[in-house]
Design a protein around this ligand. Structure first.
Ligand SMILES: Nc1ncnc2c1ncn2[C@@H]1O[C@H](COP(=O)(O)OP(=O)(O)OP(=O)(O)O)[C@@H](O)[C@H]1O
Ligand SMILES: [Mg+2]
Length: 247
Protein backbone atom coordinates (compact mmCIF):
# COMPACT_ATOMS: atom_id res chain seq x y z
CA UNK A 1 0.00 0.00 0.00
CA UNK A 2 1.08 3.57 -0.64
CA UNK A 3 1.36 5.90 2.32
CA UNK A 4 -1.77 7.94 2.99
CA UNK A 5 -1.62 11.43 1.55
CA UNK A 6 -1.01 14.17 4.05
CA UNK A 7 -4.02 16.38 4.57
CA UNK A 8 -2.68 19.50 2.85
CA UNK A 9 -1.93 17.43 -0.24
CA UNK A 10 -5.56 16.47 -0.80
CA UNK A 11 -7.65 18.67 -3.09
CA UNK A 12 -10.76 16.50 -3.32
CA UNK A 13 -11.81 14.00 -0.71
CA UNK A 14 -14.70 11.57 -1.19
CA UNK A 15 -15.48 9.64 1.97
CA UNK A 16 -17.67 6.54 2.40
CA UNK A 17 -19.92 7.43 -0.51
CA UNK A 18 -23.14 5.43 -0.91
CA UNK A 19 -25.45 5.96 -3.84
CA UNK A 20 -28.59 4.28 -5.20
CA UNK A 21 -30.63 4.69 -8.37
CA UNK A 22 -34.04 4.11 -6.79
CA UNK A 23 -33.81 0.67 -5.16
CA UNK A 24 -30.57 -0.20 -6.92
CA UNK A 25 -27.52 0.58 -4.80
CA UNK A 26 -24.46 1.10 -6.99
CA UNK A 27 -21.86 2.73 -4.69
CA UNK A 28 -20.96 1.00 -1.43
CA UNK A 29 -18.78 3.11 0.84
CA UNK A 30 -16.42 4.50 -1.79
CA UNK A 31 -13.53 6.62 -0.52
CA UNK A 32 -11.18 8.33 -2.96
CA UNK A 33 -8.75 11.17 -2.39
CA UNK A 34 -7.52 13.30 -5.27
CA UNK A 35 -4.20 15.00 -4.59
CA UNK A 36 -3.32 18.51 -5.66
CA UNK A 37 -1.84 18.50 -9.15
CA UNK A 38 -2.06 14.78 -9.86
CA UNK A 39 -3.71 12.93 -12.74
CA UNK A 40 -5.78 10.15 -11.24
CA UNK A 41 -7.26 7.34 -13.34
CA UNK A 42 -10.60 5.92 -12.29
CA UNK A 43 -10.75 2.45 -13.80
CA UNK A 44 -13.10 -0.46 -13.53
CA UNK A 45 -15.40 -2.95 -15.16
CA UNK A 46 -18.59 -1.85 -16.94
CA UNK A 47 -21.20 -0.80 -14.44
CA UNK A 48 -18.64 -0.55 -11.61
CA UNK A 49 -19.91 2.93 -10.74
CA UNK A 50 -17.19 5.16 -12.19
CA UNK A 51 -19.54 7.56 -13.97
CA UNK A 52 -21.83 7.61 -10.96
CA UNK A 53 -18.94 8.53 -8.67
CA UNK A 54 -18.01 11.44 -10.98
CA UNK A 55 -21.65 12.55 -10.93
CA UNK A 56 -21.67 12.51 -7.14
CA UNK A 57 -18.41 14.47 -7.10
CA UNK A 58 -19.74 17.08 -9.52
CA UNK A 59 -23.12 17.49 -7.86
CA UNK A 60 -25.17 15.73 -10.55
CA UNK A 61 -26.14 12.95 -8.17
CA UNK A 62 -26.72 13.17 -4.42
CA UNK A 63 -24.97 10.61 -2.23
CA UNK A 64 -27.27 8.92 0.30
CA UNK A 65 -24.34 8.70 2.70
CA UNK A 66 -20.78 9.92 2.91
CA UNK A 67 -19.18 13.25 2.14
CA UNK A 68 -17.37 15.15 -0.58
CA UNK A 69 -14.89 17.89 0.24
CA UNK A 70 -13.16 20.31 -2.09
CA UNK A 71 -10.22 21.68 -0.15
CA UNK A 72 -11.82 22.51 3.23
CA UNK A 73 -15.29 23.01 1.86
CA UNK A 74 -18.05 20.44 2.27
CA UNK A 75 -19.67 20.20 -1.19
CA UNK A 76 -21.66 17.03 -0.53
CA UNK A 77 -24.96 18.84 -1.02
CA UNK A 78 -23.72 21.60 -3.30
CA UNK A 79 -25.71 22.29 -6.48
CA UNK A 80 -23.98 21.22 -9.69
CA UNK A 81 -24.28 24.71 -11.21
CA UNK A 82 -22.16 26.22 -8.47
CA UNK A 83 -19.23 23.83 -8.71
CA UNK A 84 -17.51 25.10 -11.88
CA UNK A 85 -17.23 28.45 -10.14
CA UNK A 86 -15.33 26.66 -7.37
CA UNK A 87 -12.98 25.08 -9.91
CA UNK A 88 -14.60 21.66 -10.36
CA UNK A 89 -15.48 20.92 -13.99
CA UNK A 90 -16.82 17.74 -15.62
CA UNK A 91 -16.60 16.59 -19.24
CA UNK A 92 -18.95 13.72 -19.77
CA UNK A 93 -18.48 11.41 -22.78
CA UNK A 94 -20.18 12.86 -25.84
CA UNK A 95 -22.79 14.87 -23.96
CA UNK A 96 -20.85 18.04 -23.42
CA UNK A 97 -21.67 20.08 -26.53
CA UNK A 98 -24.96 21.48 -27.79
CA UNK A 99 -25.15 20.16 -31.38
CA UNK A 100 -27.62 22.77 -32.69
CA UNK A 101 -25.60 25.72 -31.43
CA UNK A 102 -22.55 27.03 -33.21
CA UNK A 103 -19.08 26.56 -31.79
CA UNK A 104 -19.07 30.22 -30.75
CA UNK A 105 -22.45 29.89 -29.04
CA UNK A 106 -21.31 26.78 -27.22
CA UNK A 107 -18.37 28.72 -25.80
CA UNK A 108 -20.51 31.76 -24.97
CA UNK A 109 -23.10 29.62 -23.17
CA UNK A 110 -20.35 27.99 -21.16
CA UNK A 111 -18.79 31.30 -20.18
CA UNK A 112 -22.25 32.43 -19.06
CA UNK A 113 -22.37 29.67 -16.42
CA UNK A 114 -19.60 31.31 -14.43
CA UNK A 115 -20.10 34.91 -13.43
CA UNK A 116 -17.00 36.55 -14.78
CA UNK A 117 -16.21 39.92 -16.30
CA UNK A 118 -16.55 40.26 -20.08
CA UNK A 119 -12.87 41.06 -20.45
CA UNK A 120 -11.96 37.89 -18.56
CA UNK A 121 -14.21 35.78 -20.80
CA UNK A 122 -12.75 37.32 -23.94
CA UNK A 123 -9.18 36.76 -22.83
CA UNK A 124 -9.90 33.23 -21.67
CA UNK A 125 -11.72 32.39 -24.93
CA UNK A 126 -8.77 33.63 -26.96
CA UNK A 127 -6.42 31.53 -24.86
CA UNK A 128 -8.54 28.40 -25.33
CA UNK A 129 -8.73 28.99 -29.08
CA UNK A 130 -4.94 29.12 -29.28
CA UNK A 131 -4.98 25.59 -27.86
CA UNK A 132 -7.57 24.50 -30.43
CA UNK A 133 -6.95 26.52 -33.62
CA UNK A 134 -9.22 24.14 -35.53
CA UNK A 135 -12.18 25.36 -33.48
CA UNK A 136 -11.29 28.97 -34.18
CA UNK A 137 -11.78 28.29 -37.88
CA UNK A 138 -15.23 26.84 -37.30
CA UNK A 139 -16.78 29.28 -34.85
CA UNK A 140 -19.86 29.85 -37.03
CA UNK A 141 -20.64 26.19 -37.65
CA UNK A 142 -23.09 24.08 -35.71
CA UNK A 143 -21.26 21.88 -33.20
CA UNK A 144 -23.27 18.90 -34.44
CA UNK A 145 -21.55 18.92 -37.85
CA UNK A 146 -18.05 18.74 -36.35
CA UNK A 147 -16.31 15.37 -36.39
CA UNK A 148 -16.37 13.30 -33.22
CA UNK A 149 -12.82 14.30 -32.38
CA UNK A 150 -13.55 17.98 -33.00
CA UNK A 151 -16.62 17.76 -30.79
CA UNK A 152 -14.44 16.36 -28.03
CA UNK A 153 -12.01 19.23 -28.65
CA UNK A 154 -14.93 21.58 -28.17
CA UNK A 155 -15.93 19.74 -25.00
CA UNK A 156 -12.35 20.15 -23.72
CA UNK A 157 -12.29 23.79 -24.81
CA UNK A 158 -15.54 24.47 -22.96
CA UNK A 159 -14.16 22.86 -19.83
CA UNK A 160 -10.89 24.81 -20.04
CA UNK A 161 -12.77 28.05 -20.58
CA UNK A 162 -13.87 27.78 -16.95
CA UNK A 163 -10.23 27.64 -15.78
CA UNK A 164 -10.71 24.46 -13.74
CA UNK A 165 -8.60 23.44 -10.76
CA UNK A 166 -9.97 19.92 -11.09
CA UNK A 167 -10.93 18.58 -14.51
CA UNK A 168 -13.03 15.41 -14.40
CA UNK A 169 -13.22 13.54 -17.70
CA UNK A 170 -15.59 10.65 -18.33
CA UNK A 171 -14.50 8.56 -21.33
CA UNK A 172 -12.77 11.03 -23.58
CA UNK A 173 -12.01 8.22 -26.02
CA UNK A 174 -15.57 6.93 -26.41
CA UNK A 175 -16.20 5.96 -30.02
CA UNK A 176 -13.15 7.76 -31.42
CA UNK A 177 -10.37 6.45 -33.63
CA UNK A 178 -7.04 5.83 -31.79
CA UNK A 179 -5.25 8.57 -33.72
CA UNK A 180 -7.91 11.10 -32.69
CA UNK A 181 -7.76 9.92 -29.11
CA UNK A 182 -3.97 10.32 -29.13
CA UNK A 183 -4.36 14.00 -30.04
CA UNK A 184 -6.89 14.57 -27.28
CA UNK A 185 -4.70 12.79 -24.76
CA UNK A 186 -1.80 15.08 -25.66
CA UNK A 187 -4.08 18.04 -24.96
CA UNK A 188 -5.07 16.64 -21.59
CA UNK A 189 -1.40 16.03 -20.81
CA UNK A 190 -0.66 19.69 -21.58
CA UNK A 191 -3.53 20.78 -19.39
CA UNK A 192 -2.26 18.58 -16.57
CA UNK A 193 1.28 19.95 -17.01
CA UNK A 194 -0.09 23.46 -16.69
CA UNK A 195 -1.10 22.55 -13.14
CA UNK A 196 -4.68 21.33 -13.48
CA UNK A 197 -5.61 18.31 -11.38
CA UNK A 198 -7.18 15.62 -13.57
CA UNK A 199 -9.57 12.78 -12.75
CA UNK A 200 -9.85 10.52 -15.77
CA UNK A 201 -12.39 7.74 -16.23
CA UNK A 202 -11.10 5.51 -18.98
CA UNK A 203 -11.85 2.14 -20.55
CA UNK A 204 -8.38 1.97 -22.04
CA UNK A 205 -5.68 0.96 -19.56
CA UNK A 206 -3.02 2.20 -21.97
CA UNK A 207 -4.48 5.67 -22.11
CA UNK A 208 -4.86 5.75 -18.36
CA UNK A 209 -1.30 4.57 -17.86
CA UNK A 210 0.11 7.07 -20.35
CA UNK A 211 -1.47 9.96 -18.48
CA UNK A 212 -1.98 8.98 -14.86
CA UNK A 213 0.66 8.02 -12.35
CA UNK A 214 -1.96 6.86 -9.86
CA UNK A 215 -5.11 4.82 -10.35
CA UNK A 216 -8.18 3.68 -8.48
CA UNK A 217 -9.78 0.46 -9.65
CA UNK A 218 -13.47 -0.06 -8.92
CA UNK A 219 -15.59 -3.16 -9.13
CA UNK A 220 -19.26 -3.52 -8.22
CA UNK A 221 -19.46 -0.17 -6.51
CA UNK A 222 -16.37 -0.58 -4.37
CA UNK A 223 -12.71 0.36 -4.59
CA UNK A 224 -10.61 -2.78 -5.08
CA UNK A 225 -7.20 -1.24 -5.72
CA UNK A 226 -5.53 2.08 -5.21
CA UNK A 227 -1.95 2.76 -6.16
CA UNK A 228 0.53 3.43 -8.96
CA UNK A 229 -1.04 2.75 -12.37
CA UNK A 230 1.90 0.59 -13.42
CA UNK A 231 1.30 -1.76 -10.46
CA UNK A 232 -2.25 -2.10 -11.65
CA UNK A 233 -1.04 -2.96 -15.14
CA UNK A 234 1.18 -5.65 -13.63
CA UNK A 235 -1.78 -7.18 -11.80
CA UNK A 236 -3.08 -9.72 -14.30
CA UNK A 237 -6.47 -10.13 -12.64
CA UNK A 238 -7.20 -6.42 -12.73
CA UNK A 239 -5.80 -5.92 -16.23
CA UNK A 240 -7.97 -8.80 -17.41
CA UNK A 241 -11.07 -7.45 -15.68
CA UNK A 242 -10.66 -4.04 -17.30
CA UNK A 243 -9.87 -5.60 -20.64
CA UNK A 244 -12.83 -7.98 -20.56
CA UNK A 245 -15.09 -5.20 -19.40
CA UNK A 246 -14.14 -3.35 -22.56
CA UNK A 247 -14.96 -6.24 -24.89
N1 LIG B 1 -29.75 6.57 -14.60
C1 LIG B 1 -29.64 5.33 -14.12
N2 LIG B 1 -30.71 4.68 -13.63
C2 LIG B 1 -30.60 3.44 -13.13
N3 LIG B 1 -29.45 2.77 -13.04
C3 LIG B 1 -28.35 3.36 -13.50
C4 LIG B 1 -28.37 4.67 -14.08
N4 LIG B 1 -27.13 5.00 -14.46
C5 LIG B 1 -26.36 3.95 -14.15
N5 LIG B 1 -27.07 2.95 -13.58
C6 LIG B 1 -26.55 1.68 -13.07
O1 LIG B 1 -25.60 1.95 -12.06
C7 LIG B 1 -24.49 1.07 -12.16
C8 LIG B 1 -23.21 1.91 -12.27
O2 LIG B 1 -23.25 2.61 -13.51
P1 LIG B 1 -22.11 3.61 -13.96
O3 LIG B 1 -22.58 4.24 -15.20
O4 LIG B 1 -21.73 4.47 -12.83
O5 LIG B 1 -20.92 2.58 -14.24
P2 LIG B 1 -19.55 2.81 -15.01
O6 LIG B 1 -18.49 2.26 -14.13
O7 LIG B 1 -19.42 4.21 -15.44
O8 LIG B 1 -19.73 1.85 -16.27
P3 LIG B 1 -19.20 2.01 -17.78
O9 LIG B 1 -17.77 1.59 -17.76
O10 LIG B 1 -20.04 1.04 -18.53
O11 LIG B 1 -19.41 3.42 -18.19
C9 LIG B 1 -24.77 0.18 -13.33
O12 LIG B 1 -25.30 -1.02 -12.84
C10 LIG B 1 -25.80 0.93 -14.13
O13 LIG B 1 -26.65 0.05 -14.81
MG1 LIG C 1 -19.36 5.17 -17.27
Amino acid sequence: MTAPAIATDVLVSMRDIEFSYGQLQVLFGVSVDVRQGEALALLGTNGAGKSTLLKVLCGLAQASAGSVHLRDEDITRAAAEGLPGKGLVLISGGRSVFPDMTVAENLEMQAFTVRKRKAWVKERTNYVLTLFPRLGERMGQAAGVLSGGEQQQLALAKALLLEPDVLCIDELSLGLAPIVVQGLIEMVREVHRSGVTVVLVEQSLNIAASLCERAVFMEKGQVRFEGPTRELLENDDIARAVFLGKA
